[in-house]
Design a protein around this ligand. Sequence first.
Ligand SMILES: [Fe+2]
Length: 197
Amino acid sequence: MGSGELIVLDPVTRKPSATGVPAEQAADLASYPADQAVTDVPDRDLTQAELEELAASIAQQPELWQHHVAFDGEERVYASLHRDAHVDIWLLCWTPENDTGWHDHDISSGAVAVVAGELVENNLTLAEGARETRVGAGRVFSFGPDHIHRLNGAVHGSVSVHAYSPPLWRMGQYAVNDAGVLRRVSLSYADELRPID
Ligand SMILES: [Fe+2]
């Protein structure tokens, strides 16, 4: 290489991703089996492709999460569906006001399956600022621990299933200090992500 350019591989095809924005590579939920139980997964940390398949399968089993669906314009509603040594799975319910702010997932890879409404994912470019991608119901995407993003609901009533491996423990929240310098704040996964800027 020698150019200093980072080559981003598509998690499923292992070929260079054209855009480097995972949400732009979102797949159809229905292209994955709908009958996977969390107990079916291997007893180790999951790959990004395995996480995408798991999130897609749980998303297609509403009996596992439907009873948690609720919305709050002030606080994002979330429920833990499963947590073990290798993976955790969450249901998140979004309104347009529920904005995570910029964050990373420390050492975890993740997958997001949208089951209702639409999510807005933003990725940050140094040259052009935020790059917005919309992910509608019926789509799933995944990302590695290198991923930094910001999510909110595009519409009231948006619902998504998220899977992380290893389980979320720490997260990085990004903020700009008084001098305009970007900094990272390490949070516990139990702390609420909020936009700071
Ligand atoms: Fe995230």
